[in-house]
Design a protein around this ligand. Structure first.
Ligand SMILES: [Zn+2]
Length: 152
């Protein structure tokens, strides 16, 4: 875990893009893939992108596309990328803040301190002999656990 956090913290610190490199690459590919798609304004915020059989409607008020990829992934799909390009809107502004480099840095900003060997731990007597029991819960039948584990 320490190495995991250290590597990701180092990578995110070196990163200078607005969104993470993976998302930046996805946005670039999405924009390239949609560059030749026809785009038409339906109003200031609503666009149609594509051709008759593969026509998608993009709404920049709710950031949705009729293909549903945009609202599910919270990254502009190729249709939304094409419409954003036509509207001269930043693709970065259409991404979830969770994909930003700033958020990536914050996720790995903490340092994991080693806990040392268990034999070196100083555990108070009041805690040392506490018997830790599993939570007293009732499982529903929808779980895959056998009914013999049901407790009240
Ligand atoms: Zn779409």
């Amino acid at each position: 875990m320490q190495r995991w956090f250290y590597e990701r913290k180092s990578a995110s610190t070196k990163c200078s893009t607005t969104v993470t490199p993976k998302i930046d690459d996805e946005l670039r590919k999405s924009l390239d893939a949609s560059a030749t798609l026809p785009v038409r304004n339906l109003d200031e915020f609503v666009f149609e992108v594509g051709i008759a059989t593969k026509l998608c409607t993009i709404d920049f008020i709710g950031n949705t596309c009729s293909c549903r990829e945009f609202q599910i992934r919270q990254i502009p799909c190729s249709h939304a990328s094409r419409a954003a390009c036509a509207k001269e809107k930043s693709l970065y502004d259409l991404c979830s803040p969770y994909y930003t480099t700033e958020c990536w840095r914050a996720a790995y900003n903490e340092v994991f301190h080693p806990v040392g060997r268990e034999s070196d731990w100083i555990v108070p007597q009041s805690i040392r002999y506490v018997k830790v029991l599993p939570p007293n819960i009732r499982r529903t039948r929808s779980t895959s656990y056998p009914t013999s584990t049901v407790k009240n």
